[in-house]
Design a protein around this ligand. Structure first.
Ligand code: GLC
Ligand code: CA
Length: 590
């Protein structure tokens, strides 16, 4: 059989993302930990995943939940010790799985030794490890940041160091100063810490905002796209910058190519396919794949060049489908490889966004989305709780329950603006909370719902974040017992993906023909074909299959409804298909 893509383990892998603080708490302090992950390895093996990706567990002040690292070579005591990590790794490897770590090297924590030294004086050899600039002055002689860049989490992207009277750049919060990748010593230090983990047995990296490591020369002011505001979205000057590919080629040459590992880059702020492909195409020798955010952005409005993630925008199936189809077809002949995901720790729950989380449709639409995921070409990622159909927490939760710094900063900024505009302290924020209820990152960060005991069995103590009350009926223990559960469906679906290489490697062709509710496609590899039918609406719909040959050879492989009204495992000879609300079906031939 001829494969367009060379086969490798990481292409076929099903990756499961763990957000450790909310996964499972082994010692009752309310915080998930490494021993907790170890305790659930059999659950994960049984689910059918191959690779575990851990969101950061390094020592960190947790200003951005560990995406602010103060020691790259140690585990935060809240999560455990290096020995616990070794034990976990053994447990993972013993079960035939692999473990990848989150590499967060666009920035460190301001509590990292490197930054403490860098800020200590202008003369310190590590001064140039971060991005320091002299202040600007306004007409009244007041100090101003060196440019108008807005930090991704609001406010200026610069902070003044009072001692040395210079500003440092932080694309995220002030406690996340950006490393200066222009400095070769910084790059060597990063490569060293990567080797530290790889030599210890780690099987690869997910690379945090890796497309931001090179900034445009001269750090020019961003054009005004948010009129009336001082700080402007500036991703055109910090995403996919001039030297990013040079740096990644160097990293590949010096580190990645020397190990049998997998790498996936997180590449936000760009929808430009050819810019993203440059990181992935095998001939470039950089990364194995990247996470693009087009699908995640489909329900976010634009503000100048950037999306506003915390406001909900309506989306259509047509837009959604067009994005998936385009990426499924993109540069296959050159070996471009996709990363397939619909949830992670930075986004609200998929069933609440792209499915329908009302009681009638929740399980069905969660399963329909599972089918969408397992039938796409690329490496598949599943986020913790996705396999249980975990949904957003309720709109009735108040702002106090939102622990994410991105939510809090956004809330405070809007509130302040409204207070200033109205001269009144009491301003209506209900529309902002509406947006949060749909879109906030917090929804993905509540504890995993393990069983019906108190706190969803996540902890015997007080959980760091409130548990969603629906755990009493929606939890892993009860779903393990129930063959019709979302979890049981995931297990079946993941197994099918693994046993049919066409889902991972096959050609993709869209057959949807502009249908308003249905997404239909054919996957083909050699002589085998899979036909996927997905109804994205609550309505009963008809679909006419056109252009599919030998309809009579197709057999039903997977469906999300338990019982067929008309029991049939075949397609109708005339190609007319009837789908119930959120129904998903996969047929296979050859
Ligand atoms: C990535 C992470 C996100 C974090 C940001 C800054 O987008 O996934 O959680 O806030 O980088 O490190
Ligand atoms: Ca704990």
């Amino acid at each position: 059989m001829v494969y367009l893509h060379e086969r490798t383990w990481w292409k076929e892998a099903i990756v499961y993302q763990i957000y450790p603080i909310s996964f499972f708490d082994s010692n009752g302090d309310g915080i998930g930990d490494l021993k907790g992950i170890h305790a659930k390895l059999d659950y994960l093996k049984d689910l059918g995943v191959d690779v575990l990706w851990l969101s950061p567990i390094y020592r960190s002040p947790l200003a951005d939940m560990g995406y602010d690292i103060s020691d790259y070579r140690n585990i935060d005591p809240r999560y455990g010790t290096l020995e616990d990590w070794d034990t976990l790794l053994h447990g993972v490897h013993d079960r035939g799985m692999k473990l990848i770590m989150d590499l967060v090297v666009n920035h460190s924590s301001d509590e990292h030794q490197w930054f403490l030294q860098s800020r200590s004086s202008k003369e310190h050899p590590k001064r140039d490890w971060y991005i320091w600039r002299a202040p600007n002055f306004d007409s009244s002689g007041q100090k101003r940041p060196p440019n108008n860049w807005r930090s991704v989490f609001q406010g200026s992207a610069w902070d003044l160091d009072e001692e040395t009277k210079e500003y440092y750049l932080h694309l995220y919060v002030s406690k996340q100063p950006d490393l200066n990748w222009e400095n070769p010593d910084v790059r060597e230090a990063v490569y060293d810490l990567m080797k530290f983990w790889l030599d210890r047995g780690c099987d690869g990296f997910r690379m945090d905002v890796i497309n931001l490591i090179s900034k445009t020369d001269g750090l020019p002011d961003a054009p005004i796209s948010a009129p009336g505001e001082f700080y402007q979205p500036a991703s055109m000057y910090f995403a996919n910058g001039p030297r990013v590919h040079e740096f990644l080629k160097e990293m590949n040459e010096k580190v990645l190519s020397r190990y049998d590992i997998m790498t996936v880059g997180e590449t936000p702020f760009t929808h430009d396919a050819s810019a993203l492909a440059a990181y992935v195409l095998p001939k470039n020798g950089e990364l194995d794949m990247v996470f693009h955010f087009e699908l995640m952005d489909v329900d976010s409005p634009m503000e100048g060049p950037q999306r506003v993630p915390l406001i909900k925008k309506d989306w259509t199936l047509e837009e959604f489908r067009e994005i998936i189809v385009r990426w499924q077809l993109y540069k296959r002949d050159e070996g471009f490889w996709n990363a397939i995901f619909i949830e992670n720790h930075d986004h609200a729950r998929a069933v609440s966004r792209y499915g329908n989380d009302s009681p009638q449709w929740r399980a069905l639409s969660a399963k329909m989305l599972a089918v969408l995921e397992i039938t796409q070409g690329g490496t598949l990622y599943v986020y913790q709780g996705q396999e249980l159909g975990m949904q957003n927490f309720p709109r009735s939760w108040s702002i106090e329950e939102y622990k994410d710094v991105a939510s809090q900063n956004y809330w405070n900024r809007i509130m302040k603006k409204r207070q200033e505009e109205s001269g009144n302290q009491n301003v209506d924020m209900s529309d902002v909370l509406d947006g949060f209820a749909h879109k906030a990152r917090d929804h993905a960060r509540v504890p995993v719902q393990w069983d019906a005991s108190s706190n969803a069995g996540f902890t015997t103590g007080t959980p760091w974040m409130r548990v969603n009350e629906d755990y009493r009926t929606w939890n892993a223990a009860s779903q393990l017992e129930d063959p019709s559960s979302v979890l049981a469906f995931y297990k079946r679906a993941l197994k099918l993906r693994k046993s049919h290489p066409l889902f991972t490697y096959g050609e993709f062709s869209d057959l949807s023909n502009g249908h308003l509710q249905v997404f239909t496609y054919l996957r083909t590899l050699g002589g085998s074909h899979a036909l996927v039918l997905l109804n994205f609406s609550e309505e009963k719909v008809h679909f006419d299959l056109k252009g599919v040959e030998n309809l009579d050879t197709y057999q039903l492989l997977l469906e999300n409804y338990e019982s067929q009204e008309v029991k049939s495992t075949k397609l109708a000879a005339d190609g007319r298909v009837f789908l119930r609300g959120f129904e998903a079906k996969v047929y296979i031939s050859g």
